[in-house]
Design a protein around this ligand. Structure first.
Ligand code: SAH
Length: 249
C-alpha cells in the first residue's frame, strides 16, 4: 500500500489557530511526528490509534536530527503509513519542507500540504501591526537571522529598504549584527522595531524598540525565542531622512 506524507502547518502555537483541514488530517494519521514549537494541545486531536513521536530539534543540533527525521519518515512511508508531519507556523516558511517532500517523492508516496498561520503574521496580529500600509509599506518580506553554513549573514540590507516591512525569524541572538549591518548601510536608527515573543500563546510579549537600540533592548528585556522581529521602513521615513538612507530608495 502507498504511504502518504502530510506536512501540516500548526500555526504559532494556539490550538484554535489550527485550520479545520489540519485537525482532520491529524485525526486520521497513523504516525504523527511533531516539532518542539508545536503546542501540546494540538496533539489532543490525534486518534488513540495513532503513534505520536517527538522529533523536535534543539539549538545547534538541527543537522543531525533532520537526518534522523528523514530516516523515520522514509521508514514509515515504506510501511504504507499515513504520516502527519506537524510543523509550527506554515511548513513552507523555514520548515525544511523540501527535504521531507523529496523523501515522499523517492518513496512514490502521496503528498499533501496543509498551510498554517506563519508566526510573522500571528505576531503582527497580536499587536495590530499592519505589515502593509497604503503608499507607505508596499512589500512584505520574511528573512532569517540565521547565518548560512559558511558562516555568512543573510543579506539583510537588500531586504530592509524603503517601503518594506521585514519579518525576521530566528534572529534574537543576531540582534546586534542586524542593527550594525543595517545602520552601516544608512538605514535610519529611528526606525520602529518590534519583537513579539510567543505570538498566539497566553505568554505572548511585545518589546517595542528602534533600530539604534535593537540589541540593547533585546538584552535589557531578555527577549527569548521563539520571537519574531518586525522592522517597518515606511517610504516617508526614507524621505524624511536626508542622510545616506535616500541612497537606498
Ligand atoms: N515554520 C515556522 C517557522 C519555523 S523557524 C513558521 O512558519 O512560523 C522557527 C522560528 O519561528 C523561531 O525562531 C521564531 O523566530 C519563529 N516562531 C515560531 N513560533 C513562534 C511564536 N509563537 N512566536 C514568535 N515567533 C515564533
Amino acid at each position: 500500500m502507498k504511504g502518504k506524507l502530510t506536512l501540516i502547518g500548526c500555526g504559532p502555537g494556539a490550538a484554535d489557530l489550527l485550520t479545520l483541514r489540519a485537525i482532520q488530517r491529524i485525526k486520521t494519521a497513523d504516525l504523527i511526528l511533531y516539532d518542539r514549537l508545536v503546542d501540546p494541545e494540538v496533539l489532543s486531536f490525534a486518534s488513540s490509534d495513532s503513534t505520536l513521536e517527538y522529533v523536535g530539534k534543539g539549538c545547534g543540533d538541527g543537522g543531525r536530527q533532520q537526518v534522523d527525521i528523514n530516516a523515520r519518515i522514509s521508514e514509515a512511508l515504506s510501511q504504507g503509513l499515513t504520516v502527519a508531519r506537524l510543523k509550527s507556523g506554515d511548513p513552507m516558511v523555514f520548515g525544511r519542507a523540501s527535504e521531507e517532500l523529496a523523501i515522499a517523492v523517492s518513496k512514490d508516496a502521496e503528498i499533501e500540504m496543509v498551510p498554517g498561520v506563519t508566526s510573522a503574521l500571528a505576531a503582527a496580529s497580536e499587536w495590530s501591526i499592519p505589515i502593509t500600509e497604503r503608499a507607505e509599506l508596499q512589500s512584505f518580506v520574511v528573512t532569517t537571522g540565521k547565518s548560512s553554513k559558511d558562516g555568512k549573514d543573510p543579506d539583510w540590507c537588500s531586504v530592509v529598504r524603503p517601503g518594506v516591512c521585514a519579518a525576521f525569524y530566528m534572529s534574537v541572538a543576531q540582534s546586534w549584527r542586524i542593527q550594525t549591518a543595517l545602520m552601516a548601510k544608512g538605514v535610519p536608527g529611528s526606525l520602529q522595531c518590534d519583537w513579539i515573543e510567543n505570538a498566539g500563546k497566553p505568554n505572548v510579549r511585545h518589546v517595542s524598540s528602534r533600530l539604534d537600540r535593537l540589541a540593547m533592548d533585546a538584552r535589557e528585556h531578555a527577549v527569548k525565542n521563539p520571537a519574531i522581529l518586525l522592522i517597518r521602513y515606511p517610504l516617508s521615513a526614507s524621505i524624511a531622512d536626508t542622510g545616506q538612507a535616500s541612497e537606498l530608495a
